[in-house]
Design a protein. Structure first.
Length: 303
């Protein structure tokens, strides 16, 4: 009976507030539940407990129904920010924060797979992170990067879904045992063509463009290309990530509104979505909200 009441209240709220945003509707809906059930004699604490369960489930189902039949991005880029802030806010160690962050990467990978998204690029570690973070923090981060790659090696989902795993960035600065693990997973999946999971490790967007310029300069000097032949297609062939289309949607967590040198060429026309949630607290509904935002936008590609 209570479920039906919640559903009725939700429909009434949506009908009466059709011009409001989804978040405004949600807050009106939750307040309506309180008002309705206080009149029935329920204690406020009991109502809030019910809201945390039933209302959340109703909202989550409706959000899923809203996005599941809409157009999905073919390529999603993720900047998983906020591990250190999460540690400070929860009085936790950096080790604990990065462990939860590493587990979250796995979880989000599965969510994206469930959505049918074929190409995912995760900004695991920037080139600046590799040179400016403390030795202790870098040890922790790289430890979980290695652990994550080892998990991928042993994860049958990778092989059943033909997921190619690629690492881009300057891996020459990484420990030898980590480089060995990178080579292991990339060699085992290099023949897959169905899906692509790219991990940007010690990666910088400007450095990628510099490397492209250097390669083109060498080819020009050797007479392999002329100046007139240099165009977007030629440049794309020399990019680290050159086998998939540009990123459709970039998601960044922790409320930071910037791109931080992430795949500068590939995100020229991407839709950008910023959410306030720190990466360890990122939920499936946060991902779905990003997808919903993407679906509601009209992409102009610079027109």
């Amino acid at each position: 009976m209570y479920d039906l009441s919640c559903d009725y209240i939700y429909k009434r709220v949506v009908y009466r507030n059709s011009g409001k945003s989804p978040e405004q509707i949600r807050m009106i809906y939750l307040n309506s539940i309180i008002s309705t059930n206080v009149g029935r004699g329920m204690q406020r604490g009991s109502i809030l407990d019910a809201m945390n369960g039933i209302a959340y489930k109703v909202y989550k189902k409706r959000l899923w129904d809203e996005i599941s039949n809409g157009p999905m991005p073919k390529h999603v880029g993720i900047i998983p920010d906020g591990n250190r802030r999460w540690a400070r806010n929860n009085d936790a160690s950096l080790d604990e924060a990065y462990e939860i962050g590493y587990l979250k990467v796995k979880q989000v990978m599965y969510w994206l797979l469930d959505l049918g998204i074929r190409n995912v690029t995760i900004f695991t570690l920037s080139s600046e992170n590799c040179t400016k973070r403390s030795a202790e923090e870098l040890r922790i981060i790289l430890g979980y990067v290695k652990r994550g790659l080892e998990d991928l090696i042993n994860d049958q989902i990778i092989y059943k879904n033909n997921i190619k795993v690629k690492v881009i960035g300057d891996i020459t600065v990484l420990p030898e045992n980590l480089v060995s693990t990178i080579n292991d997973i990339t060699n085992k999946t290099e023949h897959y063509k169905e899906r692509l999971l790219t991990l940007a490790i010690c990666y910088g967007g400007r450095q990628e463009i510099i490397d492209v310029v250097k390669h083109l300069a060498v080819e020009y000097k050797e007479g392999k290309i002329t100046l007139d032949q240099i165009n977007e297609e030629i440049i794309r062939k020399h990019l680290y990530l050159n086998e998939v289309d540009d990123i459709d949607l970039v998601i960044r967590t922790a409320g930071e509104i910037r791109i931080s040198n992430f795949l500068l060429w590939h995100i020229a026309y991407s839709e950008l979505y910023f959410c306030d949630v720190n990466w360890p607290d990122f939920r499936d509904i946060d991902l779905w909200r990003a997808i919903r935002s993407y679906q509601k936008r009209k992409r102009n590609f610079g027109k």
